[in-house]
Design a protein around this ligand. Sequence first.
Ligand code: NAP
Length: 314
Amino acid sequence: MDYPKKNKVVIIGSGPAGLTAAIYCARANLEPVVFEGFLAGGQLTMTTDVENFPGFPEGVMGPNLMDLLRTQAQKFGAKCIMKQIDKVDFNTYPFKLMTDNEIIESDSVIISTGASAKLLGIKGEVEFVGRGLSTCATCDGFFYKNKSIHVIGGGDSAMEEAIFLTKFASKVTIVHRRDVLRASKIMADRALNNKKIDFLWNAEPIEFIGNEEKGLHAIVYKDSKTERKAQIDTDGVFIAIGHNPNTNLFKDVLKIDQNGYLITAGKSSRTNIEGVFASGDVQDSIYRQAITAAGSGCMAAIDAERFLEQKHEL
Ligand code: NAP
């Protein structure tokens, strides 16, 4: 698809934040161009049923929800380009963005590149995502009513996910590779004192086992002290070893916090460069929900519109 090389607003990323920003920008006649990246639609395209996005009482499949958001943005004139931005130059104005050896200029930029759940990189992992293996308890916990499940990790995320999952599961076992938790004391105590939560210490997962019919049903792990291998049955696994915000492009350009997330000012989407805004998981290490990402995409679009109004008296 052809697209203009000089723009009022370019949106990088096409998850709920980027596409909501696109809907708002398009309706404000800013003719946004969305660079969707390689994983068009973002993390939700890797999930199945989404049951907590308001307006869908019967739930909606993650990829369908993203298609609907894209269609809505395109209806108002947003251009969605399935390309990745490889480089940005925010020191010049208009800002410059590079893709496929092309230079695109834009008067404002909304960054919605999201975050990626860290994975273990072990055998069986990728093939069972969505079939017994998840990286989001809030999204998928409901499917594990009265099941015996495992959460991998020893940080605050793992404690939080495990505690949340006790609302559904009959038993949750936290599998940690050491015998000391990384989690804060308050979170660790909550998990340690929860009667539905057990711990498997010094256990380093090395393989996930499953089949077509049942999906994932066992974890092979190595005892990190004795090196002995063992296999445990499971009804489901949640990997909670952290997230990586997708900020590689902006590392030496924008202010980033100690966990790698873009820093935005107060209750706004403004980054430290005037005219560059951030929304969604790339700037949110706390809520990380589709609906909060969408809300912050709306904020970024309104911030961009106001910025352009002042700068160019639109
Ligand atoms: P984290 O603190 O980096 O913890 C990651 C955990 O996963 C660690 O226990 C680590 O083990 C384990 N891990 C990492 N790679 C692994 C691998 N390849 N195999 C097995 N285990 C592995 O990440 P997080 O828990 O997502 O927390 C990130 C930040 O967000 C922290 O600052 C946290 O306090 C904050 N946070 C806060 C809350 C809250 O306050 N409610 C909730 C979530 C997150 P080791 O310990 O052995 O390294």
